[in-house]
Design a protein around this ligand. Sequence first.
Ligand code: ATP
Ligand code: MG
Length: 379
Amino acid sequence: MLPPGSWLGCLGGGQLGRMFVHAAQAMGYKVLVLDPDASGPAAQAADDIVVAAYDDMQAVAAFGKRVAAVTTEFENVPAATLEALAAVVPTRPAAEAVRIAQDRRREKRFFSDHGLPVGPFAVIERAEDLRAASPTLFPGILKTATLGYDGKGQQRVTSVEQALLAWMSMKQAPCVLEALIPFEREISVLVARSADGATAVWPVQENQHVGGILDLTIVPARIDGTRLAEAQDLARRLVAAVDYVGVLCVEMFVTADGLLLNEIAPRPHNSGHYTIEACVTSQFAQQARILAEAPLGDTSLVQPAVMVNLLGDVWFDAATPMQPAWPEVLALPGAHLHLYGKAEARRARKMGHVTCTGATLDDALATAQRVKQILRIAA
Ligand code: ATP
Ligand code: MG
């Protein structure tokens, strides 16, 4: 195990990096963040920062020399950067796993090639691909193959004609067309795998999205026990198939006929923030353990939890604009406020979250509803 006091490297300076920094520091490690922004959420917490673009190979090499292991919190770090680092320092996850998650074409093909359940889809690279698309893909969702997040780069389409127009508006970028899945619930599963192949799976999360962005995460997910076990098993099979080392999140749809994979994120995930207060080991502490080659921590749920995502809208919609009612939130028993230190609130920008824990899931849900009322979060 790397001795505490060693330097760990984190590619990316967002909130996931910030929470990783906090967890790694709690275990006595120092963290060097590489990010183009000198004042982002992780940079504020890091022990030191390298301000550089992810493809500045000179800066990346210098960064690699200063750390004993590297992780990433940002999905779009170029695979070439991870490969260059892996040549000089243990880099988790490896470029190959990140490359799969970076491109929906690769991701969907990976699922189907490995016999993992995935809904109907077609890869769209030419207009003919759309014209030839099976009628079973409509109504569907056209998604750009790369760089999508929070539902960006996606359009719902009901016919080939509409899909062609949508594709033109997406500048004919490579896409995946997916059939719209009539899901009962959306869930995600976090799984950790260490360099020696040990795995640990957290409880299953139920996710509710509003406008394509995560709004609530409810744990444990309200689905039957067989499905829960299946979801965890799928997550374990996935990390083994990718030979993954690190923390990974798998998003799935629960349908009347079973589970379907949606996508994977090769890093801790927004839907896993609840693990900080509700699990024995958080997703960030686990990421630090894996980097340090320490034993995996216990992923058991200690208490039910509901996470409310805080978007910039909270600042604009406050009774006194730009002054959300934090004291009222903090007065609620079991409400844990996290703010990411972002200087400017913007609508739809992730600014923080509140994890509500309770003795029962109903208690946690009631607290989450109070948080939403206090902060005037719709629905
Ligand atoms: P994020 O970064 O928030 O995970 P994303 O932009 O990568 O999102 P997806 O997860 O693919 O995009 O889609 C966002 C949401 O849109 C999903 O969580 C789900 O609610 C809905 N959605 C996506 N694909 C489908 C589908 N095939 N059928 C039904 N709903 C879908
Ligand atoms: Mg998603």
